[in-house]
Design a protein around this ligand. Structure first.
Ligand SMILES: [Zn+2]
Length: 143
């Protein structure tokens, strides 16, 4: 798979280096979030067959939004929903590679770095997690 993301940085001519740094940082985060969305779409295209019978023929049943917290911020992924034309099974082509989230919304690496109401790094958002919940119900929010 290969895709590209275009980055446009707008900085006032009189901006000082701190303002430039902030603008570039935010554009970089936006590019990373867009790249992840494109990666999801590309992976869905590669996993279009029905997981039940293997048929490549399915109909779209729209999309469902899935919020994922990553090291570069919150990404809302539009996951495709399909219905197999052969066996009628409903499936989401992206389900397999999101399985690592175990029903939660935090990527494994962000989860390892997360601290209770702590800043996890200069490129990471401030997040609040509820670590005592079972993995399937665990959620984190951006603060
Ligand atoms: Zn099927």
């Amino acid at each position: 798979m290969q895709w590209s993301v275009t980055v446009v940085v707008e900085i006032a001519p009189e901006a000082e280096i701190g303002q430039m740094e902030q603008a570039v940082l935010e554009v970089g985060r936006q590019a990373m979030r867009e790249a992840l969305k494109q990666a999801v779409r590309a992976s869905e295209d590669g996993h279009a067959a029905c997981p039940g019978c293997g048929s490549a023929s399915s109909r779209s049943q729209g999309t469902v939004a899935r919020r994922v917290l990553t090291r570069f911020g919150r990404v809302v992924v539009r996951m495709r929903r399909q219905r197999c034309a052969s066996c009628g099974r409903r499936f989401r082509p992206a389900q397999g590679y999101l399985a690592v989230l175990a029903g939660g919304n935090v990527t494994p690496e962000l989860g390892r770095r997360a601290r209770w109401r702590g800043q996890v790094g200069p490129m990471q958002p401030l997040i609040l997690c509820l670590p005592w919940l079972p993995a399937a119900r665990r959620r984190c929010i951006l603060v």
